[in-house]
Design a protein around this ligand. Structure first.
Ligand code: HSE
Length: 435
């Protein structure tokens, strides 16, 4: 059925809800000029409808009752912006069952429950837009699904958590320690009061789950992804990395190697001269390699009311175009096109490594450590030892050539049991130049 206007209901009037509503209200004319579509903000539901959001909302739009949106026959597109799993999941399922298209920024929900949601969307012949779920304002989902449609994706590397990137940038620039910078990030409102999802790599893992699913046509596989946060990184590691010519970033990595998919989130050393290592502060960036296009990179704000609102509105416009032009769902949930790829376990990957041993400063220690590394086929590329502490331990730092992670874990277990090694060895995976 052809329509001449599309009605939108937003659930959640927080940061992203406010940005989205503001764009729809203030740029309705511009959107109409550019698309010919009348996109009308019909309702906004939130428990708090009295707080001033800094712009005027027309009378009759605000409600505290979510049914005014989900059960409203006038509304075509339900925009879920409350975040979290419940009650967001129930709201979305209900909306889909009522044949409403859904737009969401909810990466946690899509990464963990998305297969069920996309199945329901497909059953009900409606669409779910989720551009805002990864990298905020950067149109990365559109780039992957449309701009790069002619490519097999060989690798994606992303800095997709602004909080972690802000913390690592500050630690690098000011030689500050993790705990102090985290407190500052919380004070400035970058990190959540409970920042676990950010600093433990969980938020990045949610977003990478979505990118991998799109890139390789696999189901959303959050539980099979390896994740490690930035809490163990010290300013000393950042300084050593810099002496070797590297930056430390929390990277989301997915690549196809030997017919298997790697999906991993962990602090990573990247050469200083790589474009992605220059992405600092709260900014996000995603590097995508396709077999036809080669290397591409996308940069911008990964969070915030207006950048994320910009992505939400782009989805609303796409769905509105479909509705107005009388087509039923153009997009399929990508994970319905399942490929027979296996996801590689972290022990099976190969990488270069940075090791920081806390070793006694006495003759023979380096040869003991290098002997064990050699026994596991781990070849040393460079060594630094700094400082001399008589009778105590000093940091001994080694960069390796490419090695198998399983061998690295076994070697470190053996090394950490040596009486001359006083603390658990720190290791960081290294990407980029090497052999
Ligand atoms: N906590 C996220 C970040 C917000 O720091 O990037 C956007 O998903």
């Amino acid at each position: 059925m052809k329509k001449d206007s599309v009605k939108v209901g937003i659930i959640g009037f927080g940061t992203v809800g406010s940005g989205t509503a503001r764009i729809l209200l203030e740029k309705g004319g511009l959107l109409k000029e550019r698309t010919g579509l009348n996109i009308v903000l019909h309702k906004i539901a939130d428990l708090d409808i009295t707080r001033d959001r800094g712009f005027k909302v027309p009378d009759g739009i605000l409600t505290t009752n979510v049914s005014d949106i989900i059960e409203n026959d006038d509304i075509d597109i339900v925009v879920e912006l409350i975040g979290g799993i419940n009650p967001a999941k129930g709201f979305i399922l209900k909306a889909l069952q009522r044949r409403k298209h859904v737009v969401t920024a909810n990466k946690a929900l899509l990464a963990t429950e998305g297969n069920e949601l996309f199945q329901s969307a497909s059953d009900n012949k409606v669409d779910i837009g989720f551009e805002a779920s990864v990298a905020g304002g950067i149109p990365i989902i559109k780039a992957l699904r449309e701009g790069l449609i002619a490519n097999s994706i060989t690798a994606i590397y992303g800095i997709i958590n602004g909080t972690c990137n802000y913390i690592l940038t500050k630690m690098t620039d000011e030689k500050a320690e993790f705990a102090d910078v985290l407190k500052e990030a919380q004070r400035l409102g970058y990190a959540e009061a409970d920042p676990t999802f950010d600093i433990e790599g969980i938020d990045t893992a949610h977003k990478l789950t979505i990118l991998s699913s799109l890139a390789y046509g696999i189901p959303l596989s959050f539980n099979e992804l390896y994740k490690e946060g930035i809490t163990k990184i010290t300013s000393q590691d950042i300084e050593f990395a810099s002496e070797f010519g590297y930056k430390i970033k929390l990277l989301a990595i997915t690549k196809l190697s030997e017919g298997e998919i790697e999906m991993r989130v962990h602090p990573t050393m990247i050469p200083n001269n790589y474009l992605i290592s220059k992405v600092d502060g709260v900014f996000n960036a995603v590097y995508i390699e396709g077999d036809s296009v080669g290397a591409t990179m996308y940069y911008g704000k990964g969070a915030g009311d207006m950048p994320t609102g910009s992505a939400v509105v782009a989805d609303i416009v796409d769905i509105s175009k479909m509705l107005v032009h009388g087509k039923v769902s153009e997009y399929k949930g990508n994970q319905t096109e399942r490929q027979p790829y296996k996801i590689k376990k972290i022990e099976d990957i190969e990488s270069m490594y940075y090791f920081r041993f806390s070793a006694m400063d006495k003759p023979g220690v380096l040869s003991k450590i290098s002997g064990i590394l050699g026994n596991y086929n781990i070849s040393i590329a460079s060594v630094i030892q700094k400082g001399r502490r008589i009778g105590g331990s000093v940091p001994l730092v080694i960069l390796t050539h490419t090695a198998k992670e399983r061998d690295v874990l076994n070697a470190l277990r053996e090394i950490d049991e040596l009486p001359v090694v006083s603390e658990k060895t720190m290791f960081i995976r290294v990407e980029g130049k090497g052999e």
